[in-house]
Design a protein around this ligand. Structure first.
Ligand SMILES: *Cc1c(COP(=O)(O)O)cnc(C)c1O
Length: 372
């Protein structure tokens, strides 16, 4: 009998049920409930920031970040091409122009050495996106941003509990953002957070999240915002999850290390880098890349695993190869060979927090059978 192994299953066996019951018992289910502020305060403290602004998802957090920084038509924002559409969407919806750089072939993060050549007088910000478990090399990026007067938007959606040179990811941007989707290290079902140290920016973020209602004349608007609020029910989950973040990170690290030792004999696979000089991998996902000599691509590999009921997901598809952006006249003709290969030859295997050793063994066994 084959046992299906889903690509992700969260762990919700701490205080989640108790805090959800408190929402129901007290009747506090909207964004006005007390867990929202509690999560904002505790999460911001956890990443060493003064302020947190909870929102309904990580994509919304990016939209608010771009808007709060006043980025708009005529502005360029530099970002990695190898990322989720949310990053480019936030830039494009603001009327600004995305400018991409390729990936580092070993960490899969943005190639920071390509950034400076893309800076022009139009450049307003760099969106630094930490990919899959290892942080972007922030020091050179901060140096370039400082020298050219650019803002950093740090997308730390995959980086709860990660550090760069000992400093928390999420502490590097003028505004940094997180997602609490169920496959992240900390989940609220759907949810996200902006963090910042700037009291002006935090006010902008709070207002943009809440339809730009005005304190005195509530229904008179000087600006258009969104209803991107997080509910007390979501925040209740988040508070319970945050209590266990260290445990979750340790668990993911152990899972990653275990996969790496069990897959070490598969010569055709490039495995995630266990560490860089700046950080140890936290394995948001466990990604593998088929080496050039393997005669099939990621789609074929995922199909073979699916036949044995092993869940997988493809890697990101680069922003410069997105039909929707090409139709808008954006990024067509760009070439980023590393990201193009990652997209075609990379995929990730089951790695949720609830994954058992027996399930991992099954995944590894099937991988040897069908990809070996
Ligand atoms: C998950 C993710 C997002 C989007 O978060 P949602 O909560 O799913 O909207 C944004 N950026 C990165 C890098 C992500 O991994």
């Amino acid at each position: 009998m084959t046992i299906p192994v889903p690509v992700n299953e969260p762990l919700l066996d701490g205080n989640e049920r108790d805090y959800l019951n408190q929402c129901i018992d007290t009747g506090w289910i909207s964004s006005e409930g007390p867990f929202v502020q509690q999560l904002e305060t505790q999460f911001a403290a956890r990443v060493g920031r003064r302020y947190g602004v909870a929102v309904c998802n990580g994509s919304a957090a990016l939209e608010v970040a771009v808007a709060a920084l006043g980025i708009g038509p005529g502005d360029d924002v530099i970002l990695p091409t190898f990322t989720i559409i949310s990053c480019a969407a936030a830039i494009v919806r603001a009327g600004a122009t995305p400018v991409v750089v390729d990936s580092d072939p070993t960490t899969w993060n943005m190639e920071v050495r390509q950034v400076e050549a893309r800076v022009t007088p139009r450049t307003k910000a760099i969106m630094a996106v930490h990919i899959y478990g290892l942080p972007v090399d922030m020091d050179p990026l901060l140096e370039i941003a400082h020298r050219h007067g650019l803002a950093i938007i740090e997308d730390a959606a995959e980086m709860h509990g990660q550090t760069y040179k000992g400093r928390p990811c999420g502490s590097f941007g003028e505004i940094s953002t997180f997602s609490f989707y169920p496959n992240k290290h900390l989940t609220t079902g759907e949810g996200g957070m902006l963090v910042t140290d700037d009291e002006h920016l935090v006010e902008r973020c709070r207002s943009l999240r809440n339809l730009c209602f005005q304190p005195r004349k509530r229904f008179v608007h000087e600006e258009l915002g969104w209803n991107f609020r997080m509910s007390n029910v979501q925040a209740a989950l988040g508070v319970a999850q945050l209590e266990r973040l260290d445990e979750f990170v340790a668990r993911k690290r152990r899972m990653g290390q275990r996969y790496t030792s069990l897959l070490a004999d598969m010569d055709g696979l490039q495995l995630p880098l266990p560490r860089t000089a700046e950080a140890e991998n936290i394995y948001w996902v466990y990604g593998v890349v088929l080496k050039p000599e393997v005669p099939f691509d990621a789609e074929e590999a995922m199909g073979r695993l699916r036949q044995h009921q092993i869940g997988t997901r493809p890697f990101f598809w680069p922003m410069h190869e997105q039909p929707v952006l090409h139709r808008m006249g954006l990024l067509a003709g760009e070439q980023c060979p590393v990201a193009e290969q990652l997209a075609r030859r990379g995929f990730y295997i089951p790695g949720g927090l609830a994954l058992t050793d027996a399930q991992m063994d099954r995944v590894v066994q099937v991988m040897h059978e069908v990809l070996g």
